[in-house]
Design a protein around this ligand. Structure first.
Ligand code: CA
Length: 222
């Protein structure tokens, strides 16, 4: 999963990045509205954390412009505690959720998980496929009840496939959603990670759909 953090306060920006990193996200950051708008307009994100009070272009305008050009990723806005009107304006501008500063990082992470799940059509924090169970809350994976040890890259890959288990996911989509913009995006690395994952979970769970990508499924698709 890939997240965008648009926050001009350097301390808070850093805290957000570290919390999201720990939660298994690839993260891009922006410190003003123009840069944030540009990233959200050109890169695919699974969730965006958007501060309202930003230099160069305020968060509400950023959000309005994204929505006007059909950028529909989940957006959680951060508002100042005493500015209740920001929440109303923000939700009207197309925010999916909001949080007033100061907030507990745990609460923000729970809201992020809920948005990511909802966008992928899952209601619960645990996603199952056959014997494999992904707990998005603790970022843990079990197979037949046994904990499967995964590197952060392997976890991200499996989490993305399991969130989108109703369809085939292309290699390009995986590269775009698993790495931040500074990562060397060689799609061959995806194959390497798929190979490693197949050794850790039942081998036939991740299907290769020739010419299209990958699909996670228990059914035999031939
Ligand atoms: Ca601010």
């Amino acid at each position: 999963m890939r997240a965008l953090v648009v926050e001009d306060d350097p301390d808070l920006n850093r805290q957000l990045v570290s919390a999201l990193d720990e939660a298994g996200f690839a993260i891009d950051t922006a410190f003003d509205g123009e840069e944030g708008y540009f990233l959200g307009d050109t890169e695919p994100y699974d969730v965006v954390i958007l501060d309202i009070g930003l230099p160069k272009m305020d968060g509400i305008s950023v959000l309005e412009q994204w929505r006007r050009s059909e950028r529909n990723m989940p957006v959680i806005i951060l508002t100042a505690r005493d500015r209740w009107s920001d929440k109303v304006t923000g939700m009207d501008a197309g925010a999916d959720d909001y949080l007033a500063k100061p907030f507990h990082m745990e609460e923000l992470l729970a809201r992020i998980r809920a948005q990511v799940r909802r966008a992928a059509g899952h209601a619960k924090s645990e996603i199952e496929c056959g014997p494999v169970r992904l707990d998005t809350k603790s970022a843990r994976v079990t197979c037949d009840g046994q904990v499967v040890k995964l590197t952060s890259h392997e976890y991200r890959l499996l989490a993305y496939l399991m969130h989108h288990n109703a369809r085939v996911v292309s290699r390009t989509e995986l590269v775009e959603h698993l790495y931040d913009q500074d990562f060397d995006r060689d799609s061959n690395t995806i194959e390497v990670f798929i190979g490693r994952l197949r050794k850790k979970i039942p081998t036939d769970l991740i299907k290769t759909v020739r010419g299209l990508g990958y699909r996670i499924s228990m059914e035999d698709e031939g």
